[in-house]
Design a binder for this molecule. Sequence first.
Ligand SMILES: O=C([S-])c1cc(C(=O)S)c[n+]([C@@H]2O[C@H](COP(=O)(O)O)[C@@H](O)[C@H]2O)c1
Ligand code: NI
Length: 407
Amino acid sequence: MTRTAWVDASAGVAGDMLLAALLDAGADLASVRSAVAAVLPGEVELRTEPVLRAGQSALRVLVGATGMPPERTWADLRARLVAADLDPRVRALALPAFELLAEVEATVHGVAVEQVHFHEVGAWDSVADLVGVCAAVVDLGVDRVTCGQIGLGSGSVRTQHGLMAVPVPAVLGVLAASGLPVAADDGLAGECATPTGVALLAVLVESPAPGPVGRVLGVGVGAGTRDTRGRANVTRVVLCSPVGGGGREGGDLPVESLVEVAATVDDLDPRVWPEVVAALLARGALDAWTAPVLMKKGRPGTVVTALVAPGDRPAVVDVLLAHTSTLGVRWHEVRRAALHRSWRDLDVLGDTVRVKLGHRGGRIVSATPELEDCRALASRTGTPLRVVLRLAEAQAQSAGWGPGAAI
Ligand SMILES: O=C([S-])c1cc(C(=O)S)c[n+]([C@@H]2O[C@H](COP(=O)(O)O)[C@@H](O)[C@H]2O)c1
Ligand code: NI
């Protein structure tokens, strides 16, 4: 399925901000870690933490170096990237991004590109961010990236070459080489776009776009290091699928892209399954269920499946790995057409019971009293649940919410 990502870099972009935004949008942290480890084996640790930026929730990526990185030339780093056990699609994005940075640094500092030193192409954490972003884009299955105007910032920043005016020379070099759109007067203070951030956009972005186009599948918000007041220091990524066939895919019904995450298990104490399903729902699954299967050698087993929005997949994978005995989890994308839904309140036996209406084309298709409300009412009044349910259904009909009624 075609999937696009629109990058909102209006408040700036750095390698770690873009990586955090992609992870927040649902990229798999384990896949990102393994790509980074393929290039920097045992040398960096990558973790994430939820933070607030000007009151907005965002994800932050923290890269820790496990030792003192040796200084390397671009030629050394390129050899590393070529030899690394990387997905070829990740390598195909990472190499040109580093190459662009190396060429720009060579021009700025007046040295041969092969001799550009590693600290000039970016420190260890920038390498991790850059490889991580490429791995995250591949993991998300994004096949087209667009971006809006980039906020560059203003003032100056201290680098190992002394104080540099913002935008720093390497950022300007990347912008000149790529034609990326920048904001005319972004009103931002400090360095908001870094060389690594813009080099990544230069390689990833196919065309500029003022906003996301299509159906929004997920949003990721990546935090910058500073928490500036009044404007969130974040890069955002909006994942979209195209509105195919003029929106007729689901007829008049909205169609969503969701993910089914599943595992097949034959050695879990069966008394645990209700907790597993509850944990999946608690971590964002829209629905979760188990089904009995007969596995190899005639062993009885269970398939547990969770239906999730793409951004909630990593959390649900974690639940399956932690709460069941499975060694692996699989997933695939599914399309869901759903009735429009709305809620009404109904007075039943002196209590409020919520009724979920399913409707289509302005007509009610179904009216379902909320089971939890009926259960609470049944226990409070001592009435059998089946009686409360029948009563609520009948009252919903009398309230004019029967099938075919206008909503
Ligand atoms: O170290 C060098 S040579 C250096 C050069 C430049 C130029 O613009 S040239 C800029 N910087 C600054 O380093 C940090 C890190 O940038 P990343 O892209 O690696 O995140 C940033 O403040 C740059 O402006 C360093
Ligand atoms: Ni430099």
